[in-house]
Design a protein. Structure first.
Length: 196
């Protein structure tokens, strides 16, 4: 009788361990899937930012009209690109890619990144999408391009466009932020874009 009880106790322990391991594996798989959804949403926002830069006219179905301030050659200066990122267009100090990259990665952090939280010197991302077409901070997906929203996310991805210049060449650094189904799953991606 004691041997049978010991055997049942051992089998119960093995079964509990197996159930716990399966539950942990499911949790990990769900997190990986959510992270992938957030990454793809951020990728969609990067492509939307590049389309926003390349467009020269309003798009049917877009939430906001592009206006004269969108990133066209005559709109590269202030106030179209500023430190408070009007309509998602940022310009912080020296904007050559090499010097900006070096300064932003130094330990002193003397040149803040626009997407940093406001308490660290950045503009910070807004807590909710803009309710009008006059806003500062991140641009929600499709605002100026009419791109349809991403399905299966807690919040639509958004982007910032930063003006940079090296000699006569003009670059844009696009920073995009995407979310998964869980609002705590967030991915930030960047790309550089040179408009010809």
């Amino acid at each position: 009788m004691v041997v049978v009880l010991a055997f049942i106790l051992i089998l119960s322990g093995v079964a509990a361990f197996a159930v716990r391991r399966v539950m942990f594996g499911e949790h990990v798989a769900r997190n990986v899937l959510d992270m992938e959804v957030a990454r793809q949403a951020a990728e969609a926002a990067l492509r939307d930012a590049e389309r926003d830069i390349a467009l020269t006219a309003d798009v049917a179905g877009a939430t906001c009209a592009r206006g004269d301030d969108r990133p066209i050659k005559s709109a590269y200066g202030e106030p179209n690109f500023g430190t408070d990122c009007p309509r998602g267009q940022c310009r912080f100090g020296d904007q050559s890619p090499a010097s900006y990259y070096a300064a932003s990665n130094s330990k002193a952090k003397t040149n803040p990144e626009p997407w940093w939280p406001a308490d660290r010197g950045g503009v910070g991302w807004k807590a909710s999408p803009p309710s009008s077409c006059t806003f500062t901070g991140g641009v929600p997906l499709g605002t100026f391009t009419g791109t349809p929203g991403v399905q299966g996310v807690s919040r639509q991805p958004e982007y910032l466009i930063e003006y940079m210049q090296r000699g006569d060449d003009i670059y844009f650094r696009n920073t995009a932020r995407g979310w998964g189904l869980d609002p705590n799953t967030e991915v930030v991606l960047q790309s550089y874009f040179k408009r010809s």
